[in-house]
Design a protein around this ligand. Structure first.
Ligand code: UT7
Length: 352
């Protein structure tokens, strides 16, 4: 049996603490002007003591469940995309399952910044084949724990956060219409944490050399990203039988404004069809697309019948793109506040 999928719930959570470009001016040899011109980033949220991938995930997931009206025990699967798991094992998804009171299977998925779209495409397989009715998909990162705050070339880029969606079975044509996944593992050192895994158990010397932190060949990743974003999006669109002109909103991975502009140009998209929020969050890796999706909904830029183009690239190197036809109706609560529209609740949704 092959049916359709629909996003029926969504939620996001970002930690309270904010680091601005001015804060970085006091920490490393950088300037607000450099960061803004080269990346578009102005500030990012940073996890506090006691916060972790699972706590951020749980907050985002509770919102998504609340919005969908689906009980935790009705979830058929939980997938958490992250490179910042609470522990090497057990999985973060495992901890999330317990905290939510769900009873289903749960696992972590690792494809770096592409992880959320990888996970969404896995969820789609479960839902469209009837293997699961509702799948909770979370993208979460606490990159502040693995970023080297003495390395100006990386520390200004990243932030923490979580985004979650619930993908549900539906008879209505919609949900994920097409996707593509890619991987090129030839040069892992372009963006990686060199030690701490089974290939290089961490040593005192590593810590002295700060090899336990993120390292990146920024120019290499930049060149790759500007090439792959447009290509991957076009591939997913072709798989959905669509062209870029038929996209209503493009929600790309939020790493660098210049990369997004190159992709938008290649796809010939006007600025009003391109969603950008990286100025507030920096690059939150696997969390970037679901956080952006939540904000696009809050801003009224996602409507029933809208075709969304989602595309990501990241460490690996990996990439992924998906076309989603939106079918849920957003019904804001009468008592919704400014705060509530960003982080609060909406009425449970009906799925058309
Ligand atoms: O999710 C995937 C994650 N990764 C990415 O998306 C990264 C993709 N790459 C990029 O976004 C860009 O390559 C960066 C934003 C990381 C760097 O921008 P760039 O325009 O490629 O700069 P660059 O690396 O060519 O560096 C230019 C200069 C260098 O100085 P010199 O050698 O020309 O004297 C850097 O040392 O800028 C210097 N620089 C900085 N200066 C002030 C690097 N970082 C900083 C900084 N503040 N934070």
């Amino acid at each position: 049996m092959s049916g359709f999928s629909a996003i029926t719930g969504w939620g996001k959570y970002v930690p309270e603490k904010v680091l601005t470009n001015q804060d970085f001016e006091r920490m490393v040899d950088t300037s607000d002007e450099w960061i803004t011109d080269r990346t578009g980033i102005k500030e990012r949220h940073i996890a506090g003591p006691g916060e972790s991938a699972s706590t951020l995930s749980i907050a985002a997931a509770r919102q998504a469940l609340d919005r969908s009206g689906i009980a935790p025990e009705d979830l058929g699967l939980i997938i958490v995309a992250t490179v910042c798991a609470d522990y090497p094992f057990p999985s973060t998804a495992n901890l999330v399952q317990n905290a939510l009171g769900a009873r289903c299977g749960a696992f972590d998925m690792q494809a770096a910044c592409s992880g959320f779209l990888y996970s969404l495409s896995i969820a789609h397989q479960f839902v469209s084949t009837g293997a699961a009715k509702h799948v909770l998909v979370i993208g979460v990162e606490v990159l502040s724990r693995v970023v080297d705050y003495t390395d100006r070339s990386t520390c200004v880029l990243f932030g923490d956060g979580a985004g979650a969606v619930i993908l549900s079975a539906s008879d209505e044509p919609g949900g994920m219409l097409g996707f593509t996944l890619g991987s090129d593992g030839a040069n892992p050192e372009r963006l990686w944490i060199p030690v701490g895994g089974s290939a290089s158990p961490i040593t005192v010397e590593d810590i002295r050399e700060r090899r336990q932190y993120v390292r990146m060949q920024g120019n290499e990743v930049y060149r790759f990203a500007t090439r792959i974003m447009g290509t991957a999006m076009e591939e997913a669109l072709a798989n959905a039988g669509m062209t870029a002109a038929e996209m209503d909103l493009f929600i790309p991975h939020q790493a660098n404004l210049r990369i997004i502009e190159v992709a938008a140009k290649r796809l010939n998209l006007p600025p009003e069809k391109v969603f950008v929020n990286l100025e507030k969050y920096g690059n939150t890796s696997a969390a970037a697309i679901p956080i952006a999706l939540c904000e696009a909904i809050d801003q009224g830029r996602v409507f029933p019948g809208a075709h969304l183009g989602l595309v990501a690239f990241g460490a690996g190197l990996t990439w992924a793109a998906a076309v989603v036809k939106w079918t849920a109706v957003v019904a804001p609560r009468a008592d919704r506040t400014e705060e509530g529209s960003a982080l609060g609740r909406a009425e449970p949704l009906s799925v058309r």
